[in-house]
Design a protein around this ligand. Structure first.
Ligand SMILES: [Zn+2]
Length: 272
């Protein structure tokens, strides 16, 4: 039996949960009830990781794979920067490897300078110690994944309520075959390109309709397009994944995406 289609489907269904990134939060989140028996070997890891409110201290260590692992020594992205704001603070998922935190700060500044956005809105990164989550995301487990909204940061500081309640803007047309021209702008391409051009970035996930638009609209050097991969969901936000940082011997890397731009009709047909 050929297992490849089944494996692919499993992988895709795992990623589809990323769409939950737009779920609303609460300014007054109820703490999770304590576990009756935290040492129960049958207890899901997400129950334990989901209850950690602070990172494991000490040297930064990335352990495992994007979709099965954890991180020690994670750093928090401050919830406000000159050119970024963190959304859904109640989730406490603004933790990552220091390289990812630095990258997001650089990207925020580029979105301002090169795309003319006031800044970026940052969605889920990882939990304080990474690991699986009680809601959403199969990946985001090792502090090397981050979601950035495809909605520019407003030119003011958002309130706590707005950060929980505000919705990102849908970029895909109702028939799902292309971007929505009433919301998609050249500045969206500029922000995604700025992220893809970062040398440490391994992959970027966007909806196939967005990939199609990038293929059509990218001018000049198009090498960065090979890193931008279609994935279900990802129509309100894009997902940045960085490589295993140097010296992370316990980090399990992923093969580099193939060289091509991924812009042929054949490359995209599968998704439509
Ligand atoms: Zn994501």
């Amino acid at each position: 039996m050929n297992l490849r289609p089944i494996l692919l489907l499993l992988l895709l269904s795992a990623f589809a949960t990323d769409a939950l990134a737009q779920d609303k939060g609460s300014v007054d989140p109820k703490p999770l009830p304590p576990l009756d028996n935290p040492n129960d070997p049958k207890l899901g890891a997400k129950e334990l990781f989901g209850r950690k409110v602070l990172p494991a201290t000490g040297q930064t260590r990335v352990i495992g794979f994007y979709a099965k692992g954890c991180i020690a020594g994670a750093e928090a992205l401050p919830i406000d920067g000159e050119t970024w704001q963190v959304m859904r603070l109640s989730r406490n998922r603004n933790w990552a490897h220091p390289e990812m935190v630095a990258l997001l700060k650089r990207l925020a500044s580029k979105a301002h300078k090169e795309a003319g956005w006031p800044g970026i809105l940052v969605g889920d990164m990882s939990q304080p110690r990474g690991g699986p989550m009680l809601t959403g995301h199969a990946s985001h487990q090792v502090g090397l994944d981050a979601d950035v909204w495809l909605t520019p940061m407003p030119n003011r500081q958002l309130s706590r309520e707005e950060r929980e309640e505000m919705s990102a803007v849908m970029m895909v047309r109702p028939d799902r075959l292309d971007i929505d021209p009433s919301t998609w702008t050249p500045s969206h391409l500029a922000v995604i390109r700025a992220a893809a051009e970062e040398p440490s970035v391994q992959r970027i996930f966007v909806n196939a309709a967005i990939k199609k638009a990038l293929c059509r609209e990218a001018k000049g050097d198009r090498g960065w397009l090979s890193k931008v991969r279609p994935m279900y969901g990802h129509d309100y936000h894009f997902h940045i994944r960085i490589k295993c940082p140097t010296g992370s011997g316990e980090c399990e890397s992923q093969p580099e995406p193939s060289e091509g731009e991924g812009c042929n009709a054949n490359d995209l047909a599968f998704w439509f």
